[in-house]
Write a protein that binds this ligand. Structure first.
Ligand code: 13P
Length: 283
């Protein structure tokens, strides 16, 4: 059994979640790996299409794979929010054992068709697939408070059985009040636990929670312990930790000529943040 399949099975059985932490550079990848190692917990290191636009496909997966090989922790390279089916297939061809196909911008039937096609392709090559049902909004500080929250389409309990059955997907990202990003003009978004309960009654598939940054810890704990969320995704809080490390150094007024002196401070800040999240997800 592949590592990711074992990770999913164990998390499901023991009722904890592992994190997916996104990166677009070496220092964040190392901060994630070192945190997983320090906490002796598995994790996924996620890359996105925009991270690839920034760093280059082979450069990014090469550096993440190097970090994984050099770590003692159980770590899996994962494609987060793969929107272009061609790109998702390219990742599978490159040996990814975990991918997300995010066709959630489409109507139900189209989402099913695209997801099903990727599942068939991935399963032939031993990869697991995560899909999304419902639409998660990305909060944007440039818009009027609350506008994007209204774009949220929570996962519909009347669609979930059909989606899971027709696609054969391995894990499912559910939209239950979660939001990408930190800026919450209407306060921290609470998870709709009643909806989660209703979704869980319909299907036994492991659930994934996106938009983990800024979500109240108590909601996250409940979702993991009682309703089978086995994976929580964090990006924004890692970026904030990284930038906090950099800006603390800049504010100190010190001058250095070696970028490693500054980047290692940011890397330590990422490690600390990821350790905190791992601790929350296993509690
Ligand atoms: P946050 O940026 O809210 O942590 O969400 C991350 C995420 O869900 C990545 O897929």
């Amino acid at each position: 059994m592949s590592l990711i399949k074992e990770m999913i099975k164990k998390a499901q059985k023991e009722k904890y979640a592992f994190g997916t932490f996104d990166t677009s550079n070496l220092e964040v990848a190392q901060g994630i790996a070192w945190a997983a190692e320090a906490k002796n917990m598995p994790a996924m290191i996620g890359i996105t299409e925009s991270a690839v636009d920034y760093a280059g496909f082979l450069s990014l997966i090469g550096l993440v794979r190097g970090v994984i090989v050099e770590s003692k922790a159980d770590l899996v390279l994962h494609l987060d929010h793969g929107k272009d089916p061609k790109f998702v297939k390219k990742c599978i061809d490159e040996g990814f054992k975990s991918v997300m196909i995010d066709a959630s911008a489409n109507e139900l039937e189209k989402n099913i068709e695209i997801t099903k096609n990727i599942v068939a392709y991935a399963h032939k090559k031993g990869a697991v697939v995560q899909a999304e049902l419902g639409k998660i909004p990305k909060l944007d500080t440039s818009v009027e408070a609350g506008v994007n929250l209204k774009q949220m389409e929570k996962t519909d309990p009347n669609e979930i059985e059909k989606f899971v059955e027709k696609t054969g997907v391995d894990t499912l990202a559910v939209i239950i009040g979660n939001v990408h990003g930190m800026y919450k003009p209407e306060g921290n978004p609470h998870l709709d636990i009643d909806l989660l309960y209703n979704l869980r009654k319909k299907v036994s598939i492991p659930f994934v929670l996106h938009g983990g940054s800024g979500t109240p810890s108590e909601d996250i704990k409940k979702a993991i312990k009682e309703y089978g969320i086995i994976n929580v995704n964090i990006d924004t809080e890692i970026r904030i930790a990284f930038m906090g490390g950099l800006s603390d150094f800049c504010m100190s007024g010190q001058m250095v000529t070696d970028p490693r002196k500054v980047l290692s401070i940011a890397r330590d800040a990422v490690q600390k943040k990821v350790e905190e999240k791992i601790e929350l997800f296993k509690s």
